[in-house]
Design a protein around this ligand. Structure first.
Ligand SMILES: Cc1ncc(COP(=O)(O)O)c(C=O)c1O
Length: 302
């Protein structure tokens, strides 16, 4: 099944009505809606830029109630590119040990795309939490096989069995052609991953450098995935050349799209404003052109 389906099946299989899922934000757009669709209650915990957009132990402790079923972790993160270190996960594990009813859904889909830091994941750093952790991965990102729709999950047997039941009554399985392609990807040479990561690193550095030249934007250097998540606080309150007031990150994203033909996603979609998310899974030429237009767009505001 697709990586997205693995997450959905896990939530659908496990959540009783009103049970809570702790979601550190900024988060991938689908998490809160998936939780709601499965009858659960998303509990969003804002993780500020100052702390690298990462959940801290005290934030986790404060969010947990007797109704908490899951903590969602996504490292490297979509949209921020934040990567949790082994030490940061261990600090969260200390809290989780105090709350035996809380499970961890670790979405590791960007595992292979880290730059300055080593990848770490909860089931590996805290083996005593292994039995309450679902680890999700797939071929979409590291193997550039997004359209093939192949992902996988590893976790407690009872949960995996329940997820299988749901899968069996929905689409049964992803196409057999995709499954064979994924076997080939996972069992063949992995040299391309290093190549991809070094190309992404070059693109990341270009995009961060350029965005920091744009008046009103400020862009931290992300450690993984292929996204940057600059703050656009400095453009809020300004006016476009035709007099429109930029009140939100959505206004800014629409201005970039309508007037400069650059597509970015407003931070509000990821439950964090005022930010925009830019994917650098594009060519250096396109990224250069897009960033130059963003710089021009910011300069045209007054
Ligand atoms: C954090 C995260 N998890 C899961 C997925 C789902 O991957 P797929 O669309 O290949 O199912 C994505 C896709 O963008 C993602 O960013």
């Amino acid at each position: 099944m697709a990586p997205q389906q693995v997450v959905f099946n896990a939530l659908f299989a496990s959540l009783d009505p009103g049970e809570e899922v702790v979601i550190p934000t900024p988060c991938w757009v689908s998490y809160p809606d998936m939780v709601a669709l499965a009858g659960g209650k998303p509990v969003l915990v804002a993780c500020d830029e100052f702390h690298g957009f990462k959940l801290r132990p005290e934030g986790l402790e404060a969010a947990i109630t007797p109704r908490t079923k899951w903590l969602m972790l996504n490292s490297p993160s979509n949209p921020t590119g934040a990567v949790y270190s082994r030490g940061e996960l261990l600090a969260l594990a200390v809290v989780l040990r105090r709350h035996a009813h809380v499970h961890v859904l670790s979405d590791d889909i960007y595992e292979k795309l880290t730059y300055n830091s080593d990848f770490a994941t909860m089931a590996a750093v805290a083996p005593d939490l292994y039995q309450r952790t679902l680890t999700v991965n797939g071929v979409s990102k590291a193997d550039a096989m997004t359209g093939w729709r192949v992902g996988y999950g590893a976790g407690p047997l009872a949960l995996i069995k329940a997820m299988n039941l749901i899968q069996g009554q929905t689409s049964s399985h992803t196409s057999s052609i995709s499954q064979y392609a994924a076997i080939e990807a996972l069992s063949g040479g992995r040299d391309h991953i290093e190549e991809f990561a070094s190309a992404f690193l070059q693109r990341r550095d270009l995009v961060v450098t350029k965005l920091n030249q744009a008046e009103g934007l400020s862009c931290r250097v992300p450690d993984g995935a292929f996204y940057v998540f600059p703050s656009c606080a400095g453009v809020i309150g300004k006016r476009t050349p035709d007099g429109k007031l930029i009140e939100t990150d959505t206004d800014f994203a629409m201005y970039l799209l309508d007037d400069f033909a650059v597509a970015v996603v407003p931070g509000s979609g990821f439950m964090a404003s005022p930010y925009i998310r830019i994917s650098y899974a594009s060519s250096l030429e396109d990224l250069t052109r897009a960033c130059d237009r963003i710089i021009a767009a910011c300069a045209a505001l007054s």
